[in-house]
Design a protein around this ligand. Structure first.
Ligand code: BTN
Length: 219
């Protein structure tokens, strides 16, 4: 694991995103809160995120832009979404699992969802001031509640269990690289959109998204 992350490991919490919000004033940029179990895991659109205790990866990364060299215009929130989604896809690829992004940042293997992301931002003027990046990755769970639509885990994809710590390390290293490359300008917004679009399920994009993004030109 890279040294820049500060990892807080919890057994049970309501939601790692909610815990990150409560701790926000007292923690620094790149703090990561993990939990083995969430009692009120939150998904997009007010849905619940259910995950069996200890079987999967549940974590939130705190980004505090004033403490970093990153500047994130509020108008380019897709950049952050994109970096998170691409980091998950890269992590999976390093485990020989081919995955795609369902807009904006669900990660699918074939027609089944392996990871969901809930990003909560606060804005100051034209820029984001903080982001809480909540990520739930199905790692070793093989039986899911019937009301979860089309779930799959990494273990089901690779045919064996894998440590959640390893998956977290692979993700965090990939994510840090994207953040660094974006902060240094090595990957600009257009290039990021290009990388994102290439790994996106085209049918999942909102109307005109592809046209707008493709017109950015650096694919
Ligand atoms: C979704 O696909 O609906 C988004 C799911 C996000 C779940 C993760 S698990 C860790 C973090 N804490 C939460 O309460 N939610 C996110």
């Amino acid at each position: 694991m890279r040294q820049r992350y500060n990892i807080i490991e919890l057994d049970t919490v309501d939601s790692t995103n909610d815990e990150a919000k409560r701790k926000l004033a007292g923690v620094g940029h790149l703090t990561v809160i993990t939990a083995k179990y969430q009692t009120r895991g939150r998904g997009q659109r007010g849905n619940e995120w259910k995950s069996r205790e200890g079987e999967n990866l549940l974590f939130s990364v705190v980004l505090k832009y004033a403490e970093s060299s990153l500047q994130m215009p509020a108008s380019s929130q897709l950049a952050l979404s994109g970096m998170v989604a691409l980091s998950v896809v890269d992590m999976l690829e390093s485990l020989n699992v081919q995955a795609k992004i369902k807009w904006p940042n669900d990660i699918y293997v074939g027609e089944r969802k392996v990871c969901g992301v809930l990003i909560e931002n606060s804005v100051c003027g034209k820029y984001l001031s903080t982001s809480i990046v909540g990520v739930g990755i199905n790692v070793n769970q093989t039986e899911f509640d019937e009301d979860i639509p089309n779930p799959v885990s990494i273990a089901q994809c690779i045919g064996r269990n894998i440590s959640t710590e390893k998956v977290l390390t692979l993700f965090l290293n990939a994510f840090e690289d994207y953040l660094d490359h974006f902060a240094s300008g090595e990957i600009d917004y257009e290039r990021l959109c290009g990388l994102y679009v290439r790994r996106m399920l085209p049918w999942s994009a909102p109307e005109n998204f592809l046209e707008k993004t493709l017109s950015l030109g650096k694919l």
